[in-house]
Ligand binder design. Structure first.
Ligand SMILES: O=C(O)CCC(=O)C(=O)O
Ligand SMILES: [Fe+2]
Length: 324
């Protein structure tokens, strides 16, 4: 019986190794160019030089050892900037829900329900106020995110959280398998979370918690591990800090027991090949692009850093180098 080929057309037809006279030759598609190999090395050096120039070596050490690190308020910016960010989040919360946040009692936000625990979660914030563009382009935060994800990384979503008192803890989980593939995870980061702490994080205030070193296990916690409060190491940090973590790191959050609200903003990044949750590129205006450095266009997807249609040297390098 003859087998009839019924599959779709071979997309690689015509792309094959061939003999060129007497010598062996190779097709070029999968062959790194010398320039792209050099570019990968240049990117790595640029990323590490920036870390050194900004004095972030200790933070890189913590990212490697623990899977997360915290920029202190003095490394982040002026208290005024943090107050402005917090006020903007509160104003937008009211604009979207019609309810003024009760920051003293937190009763407007008691026992809310969202995938992120008992928080009001608002996304698609970047174009709501230019202050968020300044936050996105924050040099030290971006340098650490770039260390984790390379220069071609993109913003996946830009969101705020307001958490009031409640009874629910956020279970330990990894961001990797929420936005990327299942375990076993690659040891390098595919996802990085930069969360801006806009009110003091304490145990009673329902702070974030981490399992130091858990990124090295390259898997998500089991159901039992996810609810094991003895593993939760609380991250107590003053307003104005920024916590940055590797997508493989186990983290969760405690319930808030005190009156009041916990306020945070999160800039969530991935490597270039993961599709962002927010369709930022269609919402970014020319004005936004013009008032920001060129990197803004890459982060928001307005300019594709890697493309098969127009392979630039950097685009090719991003397929072979973790830092490009
Ligand atoms: O801020 C929190 O409470 C945790 C949120 C979280 O898991 C995340 O941003 O990935
Ligand atoms: Fe998370």
């Amino acid at each position: 019986m003859t087998q009839k080929y019924t599959g779709r057309e071979n997309p690689w037809r015509g792309v094959s190794a061939h003999r060129d006279g007497e010598s062996e030759n190779f097709s070029t598609l999968f062959l790194p160019t010398a320039e792209s190999e050099r570019e990968g090395e240049v990117s790595r050096q640029r990323v590490l030089d920036t870390i050194a120039q900004l004095g972030l070596q200790t933070h890189v050490g913590e990212l490697e050892r623990d899977g997360y690190t915290v920029l202190r308020p003095t490394e982040v910016g002026s208290p005024d900037f943090i107050t402005q960010l917090r006020d903007t989040v509160l104003k937008l919360s009211e604009k979207r829900t019609g309810i003024r946040v009760n920051i003293e009692t937190g009763e407007t936000h008691r026992s809310l329900s969202s995938p992120f625990g008992q928080v009001q979660f608002e996304s698609c914030l970047l174009e709501e106020d230019p202050i968020f563009e300044r936050m996105l382009m924050h040099e030290r935060t971006l340098a650490l995110v770039t260390y984790l994800l390379g220069e071609s990384c993109v913003l996946n979503h830009f969101s705020s959280m307001i958490k009031g008192p409640g009874h629910e803890h956020l279970p330990l989980h990894t961001d990797q398998n929420q936005s990327g593939g299942p375990p076993p995870f690659p040891p390098y980061a595919q996802i990085a979370n930069a969360t801006w702490i806009l009110t003091d994080y304490t145990v009673e205030n329902g702070c974030l918690c981490f399992v130091p070193g858990s990124h090295k296990s390259c898997r998500a916690p089991t159901r039992e591990e996810a609810m094991d409060l003895s593993r939760f190491v609380p991250l107590e940090a003053p307003a104005g800090s920024v916590v940055i973590w590797h997508g493989n790191t186990w983290h969760g959050a405690l319930r808030r027991t005190k009156p009041g609200v916990r306020v945070s903003l999160l800039a969530y990044f991935t490597r270039w090949y993961i599709t962002p949750i927010e369709e930022l590129h269609s919402r970014v205006t020319q004005e936004m692009l013009e008032r920001n450095p060129p990197r803004f266009a890459i982060l928001t997807g307005a300019r594709k850093p890697v493309s098969h249609e127009s392979d630039t040297v950097h685009s090719l390098a991003a397929r072979t180098s973790l830092f490009a």
